[in-house]
Design a protein around this ligand. Structure first.
Ligand SMILES: Cc1cc2nc3c(=O)[nH]c(=O)nc-3n(C[C@H](O)[C@H](O)[C@H](O)COP(=O)(O)OP(=O)(O)OC[C@H]3O[C@@H](n4cnc5c(N)ncnc54)[C@H](O)[C@@H]3O)c2cc1C
Length: 361
């Protein structure tokens, strides 16, 4: 069986790893670069990580596993009738085709967007790093995990950082949790401009509904846009992302989607952890082993400067502090999620307990 995977991000790589040896696997990737870690990009920008450490796989990794890797190759169309993927460098017949095309950074809609940078790829990170070293300061737009990771690392490295977010709360968490994160980051020098809407950008700063915020380097880190164009062009159903069922099947026979490009029941997961978990479940399904990914109970761990934070299951609604670091969320008296600040080992135990409905201590 021939499995063709489009995308060499964490979803595509994990799937190729899981299927190699059992199936004939080809990976198609439009970037020329080998696989790199997006979660480490802000560490690289801050100067904590040398460039080569962004590339975790040895150069013979694919060859050793018999994976046929095609870098610098864009997938342009799926010929569903012939079961062939058409690319910029030839056609690839498939028995199963997996779209792991990821997402790109959302661009701002306000005037002056040519004065803003976005962060998604290694090329973006390199540009931002160069400019940061020139300017010595950065303005970041967004209140999600990418914005907070970037702010934390860049401030920890001693640069001046301003974070502008249109909402009051960070990470869509409640007021108390959001405050804890804000205090931690303020402690290392991040200057917050919350409930602030940007009206336009210029070379020298941002005009907002709360006044002018100066800064020549401005980075947008406020959301992603799933790469669904290949699917749409090929007549596959899409909403915000490529629509899938609970077995990662798209509307086209033998075409699947995983990771940031996939949308299940209105959910786009948006994390590397989810993309690799999708890949493991899909690998099982392709080899005929029953498996499911629980889209309604997801968890992730982030690190903002020196603060670890684990988000487990549902993290909104009625919450109670278990101790200084752990807030558990309940629905109808049952624990449905938690936020753990600091002790990530504890988070793993808690995640299991909530998932299995065991007592929480
Ligand atoms: C700065 C930053 C920090 C992050 N931090 C974290 C973190 O701490 N924890 C976490 O869990 N997640 C983090 N993420 C998110 C995480 O990186 C993504 O969720 C993850 O990369 C998604 O994996 P993916 O395989 O679905 O897609 P991607 O990693 O986006 O890979 C998709 C690949 O497909 C290729 N591609 C797209 N279209 C085509 C085509 N037509 N033909 C050929 N190739 C194509 C793209 O070039 C790309 O290489 C971060 C992201 C960023 C940008």
């Amino acid at each position: 069986m021939k499995v063709v995977i489009v995308g060499n991000g964490p979803g595509g790589v994990e799937l190729a790893k899981n299927l190699s040896g059992e199936f004939e696997v080809a990976v198609i990737e439009r970037e020329e670069l080998p696989h790199y870690s997006k979660p480490m990009l802000s560490h690289y920008i801050a100067g904590f990580l040398p460039e080569e450490k962004l590339f975790p796989l040895p150069s013979d990794w694919y060859e050793k596993r018999g994976i046929d890797l095609h870098l610098g190759t864009s997938a342009v169309l799926i010929d569903r009738a012939k079961r062939v993927l058409v690319t910029s460098k030839g056609a690839f017949p498939y028995d199963a085709l997996v779209l792991a095309t990821g997402a790109r950074a959302r661009e701002p809609a306000f005037q002056g967007k040519e004065h803003m940078l976005t962060l998604r790829t290694f090329g973006d990170a390199r540009r931002i790093k160069e400019k940061l070293e020139e300017e010595g300061e950065m303005v970041i737009l967004g209140g999600g995990f990418i914005a907070l990771e970037l702010a934390g690392n860049v401030a920890k490295a001693g640069y001046k950082v301003k974070l502008v977010h249109r909402k009051r709360n960070l990470l869509r968490l409640d007021e108390e949790l959001s405050e804890r994160i804000r205090e931690e980051l303020e402690g290392i020098g991040v200057e917050f401009h919350l409930e602030t809407n940007v009206l336009s950008a210029s070379e020298n700063g941002l005009n907002t509904d709360r006044g002018h915020i100066p800064g020549r380097l401005k980075v947008c880190a406020f959301g992603i846009v799933p790469n669904k164009e290949l699917a749409v062009r090929s007549g596959i159903h899409a909403g915000r992302g490529i629509l899938i069922d609970d077995r990662f099947r798209t509307s086209a026979e033998d075409v699947y989607a995983i990771g940031d490009c996939a949308e299940y029941n209105g959910i786009i997961c948006g994390t590397a952890k989810a993309a690799t978990e999708h890949a493991k479940v899909l690998a099982n399904l392709l080899r005929g082993v029953e498996d499911r990914y629980d889209f309604n109970f997801r968890s992730t761990v982030f690190k903002f400067a020196d603060m670890n934070i684990a988000l487990i299951g549902r993290t909104q609604g009625e919450g109670k502090w278990l101790d200084e670091e752990t807030k558990v969320f309940y629905e109808d008296g049952k624990a449905v999620g938690a936020v753990v600040l600091g002790n990530v080992r504890r988070a793993f135990r808690l995640e299991n307990a909530i998932r299995e409905g065991l007592p929480i201590d």
